[in-house]
Design a protein around this ligand. Structure first.
Ligand SMILES: CC(C)(COP(=O)(O)OP(=O)(O)OC[C@H]1O[C@@H](n2cnc3c(N)ncnc32)[C@H](O)[C@@H]1OP(=O)(O)O)[C@@H](O)C(=O)NCCC(=O)NCCS
Length: 198
């Protein structure tokens, strides 16, 4: 089975086990649920799953090929959150930044919907900030919709400061009016850039 189909099957089974099965059946499916989470650098084979997860969080998705290009490029840092179960590791979220001459931009951070609300985004972002620093980033910028409360709370807690606002930056869509974008910046120069496994 291809990695993409495997990830779909595993995710679907876990959702079914959690949401649809009667509680007394749950112990039989304990092994389908993610027992632990881990973080690692993204690999090209993750791009299928990352594309699906991105589409779950944003109206305009990223194609698998675009993601693969970013993963293999030296100017990008890409990290994934994986849930570890008996059926294997399943990518459950990711973060990607572009780094040029010491300045980096966080292009996206997104978790699959069933993984949100557990504080894992803070751990993923923490791991990603280290990756960006190790790839040469000293300052990290991002843009976020001013009404994206979970993302704003996540960024502020990670040390990002607001440095600007773009009025009506995000176009109206599906009945939601124009939204402002906040520009934020974090200073990464205090993070240790030494690679972990040297
Ligand atoms: C942004 C995202 C990665 C955050 O992950 P998450 O698992 O939903 O976030 P958490 O549940 O850990 O919440 C993060 C913080 O926001 C807070 N929060 C969550 N919902 C909130 C709300 N509606 N209002 C205010 N604060 C909120 C949480 O309490 C938490 O703060 P804490 O650590 O001080 O308790 C996730 O929601 C996601 O993938 N969203 C879709 C993609 C997206 O918008 N990405 C950001 C683009 S810039």
């Amino acid at each position: 089975m291809s990695p993409r189909r495997m990830a779909h099957a595993s995710s679907a089974l876990r959702s079914l086990a959690r949401e649809a099965m009667w509680p007394w059946l749950w112990p039989w499916f304990w092994w389908l649920g993610p027992s632990t989470f881990a973080f690692r650098a993204a690999a090209p084979a993750d791009s299928w799953r990352m594309s699906d997860i991105h589409a779950s969080g944003f109206a305009q998705g990223w194609a698998r090929g675009e993601l693969e290009q970013m993963i293999v490029s030296a100017n990008y840092a890409a990290d994934v959150l994986v849930s570890r179960g008996l059926v294997g590791d399943v990518v459950s979220g990711f973060a990607i930044s572009r780094i040029v001459a010491g300045e980096a931009e966080l292009l996206t951070i997104v978790l699959e919907p069933e993984t949100r609300g557990r504080g894992l985004s803070a751990e993923l972002l923490g791991a990603h900030l280290l990756s960006v620093r190790r790839a040469g980033g000293e300052k990290l910028f991002l843009e976020v919709a001013a009404d994206n409360a979970p993302a704003l709370a996540l960024y502020r807690k990670a040390g990002f400061e607001e440095i600007g606002r773009r009025k009506g930056y995000y176009p109206a869509r599906n009945g939601v009016p124009h939204r402002d974008a906040l520009t934020m910046r974090a200073d990464l120069s205090d993070l240790d850039p030494t690679p972990r496994y040297v």
